[in-house]
Design a protein around this ligand. Structure first.
Ligand SMILES: [Zn+2]
Length: 81
C-alpha cells in the first residue's frame, strides 16, 4: 500500500529570548525565525534587555518559540537514539 505523506513545515516562526534578570523576565522577540523542526547554533551573544537594560549572554538554548514555550536549542529531538 502506498500512501503519500505531505510533510508541511509551515512558516518560519519568530524566536524569543527571555531576559535573564529574574526580576524582569521580559520576553524579547529576536530577528531570528526558524522552522519548528529545525535546530541551530547561535551565540553566545550579548543582548541588552530593552526593559531592564541589563546585558546578558544568550545562546541557542535561550531561544524559544512562543512566550510560554520550551526552548529551541533544547534536545527533545525525536531522532534521539
Ligand atoms: Zn530585562
Amino acid at each position: 500500500m502506498f500512501r503519500r505523506f505531505k510533510i508541511k513545515l509551515g512558516q518560519k516562526e519568530p524566536l524569543f529570548l527571555t531576559c535573564k534578570n529574574s526580576d524582569c523576565n521580559n520576553i524579547m522577540m529576536t530577528q531570528f525565525r526558524a522552522y519548528r523542526a529545525e535546530r541551530g547554533l547561535w551565540g553566545p551573544s550579548l543582548e541588552e534587555c530593552p526593559r531592564c537594560k541589563e546585558t546578558h549572554n544568550y545562546d541557542q538554548n535561550d531561544l524559544h518559540f512562543g512566550p510560554n514555550e520550551v526552548g529551541y536549542g533544547h534536545s527533545e529531538s525525536p531522532e534521539a537514539e
